[in-house]
Ligand binder design. Structure first.
Ligand code: ZN
Ligand code: ZN
Ligand code: FE
Length: 765
């Protein structure tokens, strides 16, 4: 008798996202299919399976476990040991077991699947038009979980007792809703409620129809979704869109739009294959798409922009409303300005009562809030620029086993990162740390992640900027707990974030182009070239230092930066009165800036690439003051797409020696001004400027390759959200034979900083 026939017991442990994704029913079905007896069980660490049979069947079973797993399962590791059989009769699903200190991965929330949509839109189905329909393949996960293991009593669904029909599905291993923890139906599950902005219930026959008709009547409605409230209004009508802008105190920052399906999306945008796949994915992010000139979505949704953020419905509520309204709808985070998204009913009524006319509420609590994720496709590769719903809290995989670290992140677009083993749990987008609400949300979410993934940090990493709130938080925590704290330079964190995003350990040539980061010399960096690995970095190139008149206040007034740069580089005589942008600046302000530049008073030095974009945008008369971050640069990018000249560029000068390159901007700025004085269109100036920056990137990378032999370039920093810049830098570098690392899973902006900090701190131990 061959070994294959020996009857054995296989003890299997499967790790990864294996809970809440239909994994146990899948195991059950598989065991039955192979005629194996035993059991399967969730623990706080893994899914454990014991099956017994002959070795050949067991091997087949194990192979199927890996290769036929349900679509949302992400198996990271399967370990098996064999033993003598225990004599199981039949196959069963056992109750979950919590093990202290152990953890497992938690699935993000998942967009409604097709079979659930069929249930919702089939009349006669017991879930016909039921807005909380879900199954093991879709629905809420992370946002309703209070702790692991993922079982109904540990979710916000615990207050709903399943009716006999739901209970039957829940217990039937062959049902799509077997152990679907949020399982519900109109008889036993959560219900919608429509109220006015004081919380008073509104009369209606059909709540969805009523909501849809209010939207058609140009009302603004706060809709409670998966990760929090979204504010919705008719996207084809400037009236409600402008009203929403005014009430939300958001004058021009673009809004995202939800459309009912991909065909509708095509009417408004150009969509390539990769973008379509991303839109329709279970993560269902907002995708920034090329906006068609003939689109009926009004321009107030994204003033001055050629791209628009579009998403498809991802919950039954959205599907029902989109169908009933038959309109593209603005769907923007339910918050005021930069506060975190509202999650609870009473909180929403309090915070959003002055913005929304009506509230579409429900009684399924959101335990953890998160925003919609935002992605772009550049060079055919999807890239997250805001990582939240659908992605977090799934970890980024590290190439090594990390100690337990808390990396506190940056000030803007904050995320934090907790590590253990080969997992980097980068939090969902937390936001700009500029108010108490966001800080509270930050601290609460850190505690949640620590608890869910059983992490007690031994090290705390933070940005060197002394004024960042997360830095202050880190130092406080370190003092309180006595654990080791490690400061990390901002742009080193950017570059290492990009490396870790690509599983590359380096060393690399790093190009970190962003707005602001605290340098090791106390100056504001942002146009940086470095040689870096996880352990350390060496700055080998930079934009020359120029004054930022008025300090960080100048960031909102790009014309001041333009003035400062012109005065510092070219002097008073370059302020030719024929330059259009000067006409909007009064004499008092001009004198003030002049004094600041001359005396260096309140005029910190910066090598920022972001500020250079701002300055040129203002000089060209494209944007002189901004309402949202990077607006001047974004609008210049948009203008540049209209340029008739695609190849032209401006001169720049390099100084320094082989080991350090400083880019002097005198020639560049002087050429920009000459073009403008000659009446050159803004679009051409913009395009030439973009080409110039790409040429700088390529030239200096070549020089660094010459002196170091390195051939891999990592691109990071918020400036690389600019597609024109990114594409042109990547093309030049690739045609120069470089291997180019771009961000994919975490944002190139400061949302990716925490990952870089965590990896650098891990390498320092
Ligand atoms: Zn489903
Ligand atoms: Zn039910
Ligand atoms: Fe940055």
């Amino acid at each position: 008798m061959s070994d294959n026939r020996i009857f054995q017991l296989a003890r299997i442990s499967a790790r990864g996202v294996v809970q809440g994704v239909g994994f146990r029913p899948f195991v059950y079905g598989l065991a039955r299919q192979h005629g194996l007896n035993g059991w399967v069980c969730n623990t706080s660490e893994d899914v454990k399976i014991e099956v017994e049979g002959d070795r050949k069947t067991l091997d087949l079973f194990i192979s199927d476990l890996e290769h036929k797993a349900p679509p949302l399962a992400r198996i990271e590791n399967i370990s098996v040991s064999f033993d003598a059989p225990a004599g199981y009769k039949g196959f069963e699903i056992r109750h979950s077991v919590a093990t202290p200190g152990k953890y497992q991965l938690v699935s993000p929330d998942i967009a409604t699947c097709q079979p659930c949509l069929d249930d919702i839109f089939t009349s006669g189905n017991r879930r016909f038009h039921y807005p909380f329909t879900n199954c093991t393949n879709c629905g809420p996960r992370f946002t309703i979980i209070k702790d692991i293991p993922y079982d109904r009593p540990l979710t916000t669904m615990s207050v709903f007792k399943m009716c006999p029909d739901c209970q039957r599905e829940y217990e039937d291993p062959l049902d799509r809703r077997f152990h679907a923890q949020p399982n519900a139906c109109p008889v036993c599950g959560p219900q919608l409620q429509l109220t006015d902005n004081l919380g008073k219930t509104v009369d209606y026959d059909d709540i969805i129809e009523k909501t849809a008709s209010l939207l058609k009547e140009e009302r603004i409605i706060a809709i409670k979704g998966l990760g929090g409230f979204l504010l919705a209004c008719n996207a084809e009508n400037a009236g409600p869109v402008m009203l929403l802008r005014q009430r939300k105190r958001r004058p021009s920052k673009p809004f995202a739009v939800m459309v009912k399906d991909i065909e509708e999306a095509r009417k408004h945008c150009e969509i390539n294959e990769v973008e379509e796949k991303l839109l329709k994915s279970p993560q269902s992010p907002i995708v920034l798409l090329k906006w068609k000139p003939g689109s009926t979505i009004c321009k107030e949704v994204g003033p001055g922009l050629k791209y628009i953020g579009v998403m498809l419905p991802y919950t039954p509520i959205h599907h029902l409303i989109m169908k009933a309204a038959g309109l593209p709808l603005v769907m923007t985070s339910g918050n005021v300005s930069e506060e975190p998204i509202a999650g609870e009913n009473s909180e929403a009524l309090r915070r959003l009562g002055a913005i929304a006319d009506y509230f579409l509420l429900h009684n399924r609590d959101i335990y953890s809030t998160y925003d919609d994720s935002v992605a772009i496709v550049a060079n055919g590769i999807p890239q997250l620029v805001r990582r939240a719903r659908g992605y977090a809290p799934y970890p980024i995989h590290l190439t090594y086993s990390s100690p337990q670290i808390l990396a506190c992140g940056a000030e803007e677009k904050n995320t934090f990162c907790l590590t253990r083993d080969n997992h980097a749990f980068v939090s969902q987008h937390i936001g700009d740390m500029e108010n108490l609400e966001t800080m509270e949300h930050y601290e609460r979410t850190i505690e949640l992640y620590k608890q869910l993934f059983r992490i007690e940090p031994e090290i705390i990493a933070y940005d060197m900027h002394p004024e960042y709130l997360p830095t202050k938080y880190a130092l406080e925590q370190a003092e309180k707990t006595g654990i080791r704290s490690i400061p990390v330079q901002h742009h080193h964190a950017h570059i290492v974030s990009c490396m870790a995003d690509n599983g590359f350990e380096g060393p690399v040539i790093g190009l970190a182009f962003d707005g602001t980061g605290f340098g090791t010399d106390g100056k504001i960096w942002g146009g940086e070239f470095m040689v870096a690995d996880y352990k350390s970095f060496k700055r080998v190139g930079q934009l020359e230092y120029l004054p930022l008149p008025g300090g960080s206040a100048a960031i909102k007034k790009p014309y001041r930066i333009a003035l400062g740069y012109i005065l510092a580089l070219l002097g008073e005589n370059a302020l030719d009165s024929r330059l259009g942008f000067l006409s909007k600046i009064d004499r008092v302000e001009l004198d003030l800036v002049r004094k600041q530049v001359e005396s260096n008073l309140n005029s910190p030095l910066t090598s920022s690439m972001g500020r250079l974009f701002d300055a040129v945008s203002a000089m060209a008369g494209i944007r002189s003051t901004i309402d949202y971050e990077a607006q001047a640069a974004i609008e210049m990018e948009m203008k540049s797409y209209e340029s008739a000249d695609e190849q032209g560029s401006y001169p720049f000068t390099l100084t320094g020696d082989d080991s350090y390159h400083i880019i002097l901007l005198h020639d560049l700025i002087s050429a920009v001004l000459n073009d403008l004085l000659r009446g050159c269109p803004q679009s051409t100036v913009g395009m030439r400027f973009h080409n110039t920056i790409a040429a700088m990137a390529a030239d200096i990378s070549l020089k660094i390759r010459g002196s170091t032999g390195l051939n891999t370039v990592a691109l990071s920093g918020g400036c690389f959200q600019n597609r024109l810049l990114l594409t042109s830098v990547v093309n030049r570098l690739e045609s120069g034979g470089f291997k180019v690392l771009k961000h994919r899973q975490v944002p190139c902006n400061d949302g990716g900083i925490s990952l870089g900090q965590a990896v650098i701190a891990g390498a320092a131990t």
